[in-house]
Design a protein around this ligand. Structure first.
Ligand code: GH3
Ligand code: MG
Ligand code: MG
Ligand code: MG
Ligand code: MG
Length: 312
């Protein structure tokens, strides 16, 4: 099932195949002091479905990039106050930009200066005046590859879902956002019932297939904006945005019923699987850990009350 890890394009489409609608929009930053040109580039890239932020003052670049975390940076070389080469060198020193492609846009004709730009950490060099079709193709291809690589680094290999560490980072971010906007958020931890028995009876490969089926049922049954992760072996962590705990319980019960009705193929006979889930809503002073602890407690209660149920 898992393709050759060296084939990045394959891996990208393999990850996206889990849910085509979740394919992210590439986020591009253009750093260029030329207002007219940068707006032209932005218009062309946006017409091809990318999201573009223009930075005309290179002094603002470092802070903006830290906030936007773009998938690709287009960087002019000749700018007032800051030279693009120098800026690239500084950007490369920060850990979060380490894998972000930097493409230089420049009228620089001198071969050795171009080579210097590459040595400094630029991934490519596009000469001005730029053919706009060529610019679009290069940016799109490189940005999509960068997104695929990031997804691979941050995802679980069996399901393609977010891994535990990324899930907790995301939860912290969403709780922060929620306390700012006042819109509620619910966390759900879900654990497959009697999974040891399924492995024992049908083997680990069938067990893995159950995990993949549940993963697909979750991503298919929840909103696009909800966050689904492989929290542990046969445990999943979910963030339901703009949803209070009562609403989350309704949604999770719907998914629970759908999943428990799926006939899975074992070695000799068909079988069905259930899960239990615990839900917690964030409140005043909540953190990722405190909310997860509450959801965990609710999950424990669901197991204790006989499994195949959702508790708050
Ligand atoms: P409970 O209803 O109390 O949750 O019972 P359980 O049998 O599911 O118990 P528990 O959650 O403690 O056990 C989980 C088991 O899931 C342990 C391990 O053998 C199995 N498991 C964990 N990760 C994987 C995996 O990636 N693939 C397979 N096939 N099995 C896994
Ligand atoms: Mg310039
Ligand atoms: Mg478990
Ligand atoms: Mg358990
Ligand atoms: Mg279990």
């Amino acid at each position: 099932l898992i393709p050759d890890p060296l084939d990045i394009t394959e891996l990208g489409s393999w990850l996206n195949s889990f849910d085509e609608t979740r394919k992210p929009i590439p986020s591009i930053v253009i750093i260029d002091d030329d207002v007219v040109l940068s707006e032209l580039y932005a218009a062309v890239l946006e017409a091809s479905g990318m999201s573009v932020t223009i930075i005309n003052d290179p002094m603002e670049a470092f802070d903006s990039i830290a906030m936007i975390r773009p998938d690709l940076i287009l960087l002019d070389i000749e700018m007032p106050n800051v030279n693009g080469l120098e800026l690239a060198r500084v950007l490369r020193q920060s850990r979060s930009n380490l894998s972000t492609p930097i493409l230089f846009l420049s009228a620089e004709r001198n071969e050795s200066r171009q080579q210097l730009a590459r040595n400094i950490g630029g991934d490519d060099f596009i000469s001005k005046p730029i053919n706009l079709d060529r610019l679009t193709t290069i940016v799109q291809m490189r940005a999509e590859r960068a997104i695929a690589l990031k997804q691979i680094m941050e995802s679980d290999s069996l399901t393609g879902l977010l891994n535990h560490a990324r899930f907790k980072e995301r939860l912290a971010l969403e709780i922060e956002r929620s306390s700012r906007t006042g819109s509620p958020l619910s966390v759900c931890i879900l654990d497959i019932d009697k999974f040891k028995g399924i492995n024992d009876r049908h083997g680990h490969q069938v067990g893995d297939k159950v995990i993949q089926t549940l993963s697909q049922t979750l991503t298919g049954g929840l909103r696009r904006t909800d966050v689904v992760s492989r929290y542990g072996g046969e445990e999943f962590g979910i963030i339901l945005l703009d949803t209070d705990s009562t609403g989350a319980a309704v949604v999770m019960n719907r998914v629970r019923e759908r999943f428990s009705g799926i006939a899975l193929m074992g070695n000799e006979e068909e079988f069905c699987v259930t899960f239990s889930a615990g839900i917690a809503q964030n409140g005043l002073g909540s953190t990722a850990n405190s909310t997860l602890a509450l959801a965990d407690l609710a999950l424990y209660e669901a197991k204790h009350l006989g499994r195949n149920r959702v508790c708050i």
